[in-house]
Design a protein around this ligand. Structure first.
Ligand code: ATP
Length: 327
């Protein structure tokens, strides 16, 4: 592999707070090492449609504190085809790009690995997703911000819950991973937390709510991850509880996409800055097919394929803590 002279950076898949800070870090690290840098709009789709923009240190000013991604993000069906990837490769070559930083989730990394296998194109991944479901890093970009946003929202809902003696079911994002639900649930003092990784059973939830009521609790919060394993969605869960515990007045709140937006937390800004520096340095050192992440608060690398295949274990201790706290 020859010397790296130009690096492209893009954001792909679902957006997450901290993506802008990561782009800024990649661009400024390139400037520091005197490597040219270009941004690609709309992820792989922009790569295919030749939607590039030259970036220098000044073009990323004022974005470290902004949520979302100024390069936009997209899902690209065309990149799933050989013809699409051929066009993408032709565009990169035409523009003299010889290394790529992909900020995204495991789907985006899969696209990167496929592309690397076909064209031997150097690729480094930065994990950007609020779900924290990527193996090889204790934190993905945006997860910390999403936790804080979720806790904030639950705190506000609790004001209403306690003023009206209500039971609130609050659904948070997390189709396959309960990291947000579990951590924000404990952080916001939820009585029950339902996550995809554990099926604690509906009976147990009823018992716990009944016990809370008997011991004098007048309002309660149950945090439910989108993909929880009870087999009921959050509205059906609320109905189920109303039928079985008619003394409760039940309400539902779905936090949805608001959890994905907002200014990144200090933690996410620092993480983005560290991962961006490492990503560029790895490319300059001739490395490829690696994801940069955090391990014991040190920047660490994981083989991209391992990061895609592996899964992060939920912290069972937190479930126990939550159980004890809801006494
Ligand atoms: P999120 O965590 O938000 O879902 P993600 O990166 O996992 O983010 P995906 O939609 O799964 O998001 O993937 C983003 C893009 O990566 C896809 O739209 C597609 O262009 C590309 N991609 C995913 N899998 C493949 C694949 N097997 N081959 C080629 N490209 C792929």
């Amino acid at each position: 592999m020859g010397e790296i002279k130009k690096i492209a950076v893009m954001t792909s898949g679902g957006d997450s707070p901290g993506m802008n800070a990561a782009i800024r870090s990649v661009v400024r690290t390139c400037a520091y090492y005197r490597v040219d840098c270009v941004g690609i709009y709309r992820g792989y789709q922009g790569m295919i449609e030749d939607d590039f923009i030259p970036l220098d240190a000044r073009s990323v000013k004022g974005i470290i504190n902004k949520g979302g991604t100024f390069l936009k993000s997209a899902r690209s069906k065309d990149f799933m085809t050989k013809e699409g990837r051929k066009q993408a490769h032709a565009n990169l070559k035409e523009r003299g790009v010889d290394g790529l930083v992909v900020i995204g989730g495991d789907g985006s990394f899969t696209g990167g690995v496929v592309f690397n296998k076909e064209y031997d194109f150097p690729i480094i991944g930065i994990p950007g997703t609020i779900d924290n479901d990527i193996y090889g890093t204790s934190h993905t970009l945006g997860y910390d911000t999403a936790l804080n946003t979720t806790v904030d929202a639950i705190d506000k809902i609790r004001d209403t819950a306690s003023s009206h003696n209500r039971l609130f079911f609050i659904e948070v994002m997390g189709r396959d991973a309960g990291f947000i639900a579990l951590n924000a649930g404990v952080g916001a003092g939820a009585e029950e937390i339902l996550i995809p990784e554990e099926d604690l059973g509906l009976e147990r939830m009823l018992e716990s709510l009944e016990r809370s009521r008997r011991t004098g609790k007048t309002s309660s919060i149950v945090v439910v991850a989108e993909g929880d394993r009870t087999g009921k969605n959050v509205f059906e869960l609320a109905e189920y509880v109303e039928e079985n515990l008619p003394e409760y007045e039940v309400r539902v709140s779905v936090l949805g996409h608001m959890v994905r937006g907002g200014n990144p937390s200090c933690f996410d800004r620092v993480l983005a800055s560290r991962l961006g520096v490492k990503a560029v340095e790895l490319l300059i050192d001739g490395k490829t097919n690696l994801m940069v992440g955090l391990n014991n608060n040190k920047v660490a690398t994981t083989d991209l394929e391992e990061a895609i295949k592996g899964s992060n274990e939920i912290n069972k201790e937190l479930l126990r803590v939550s159980d004890i706290m809801s006494i």
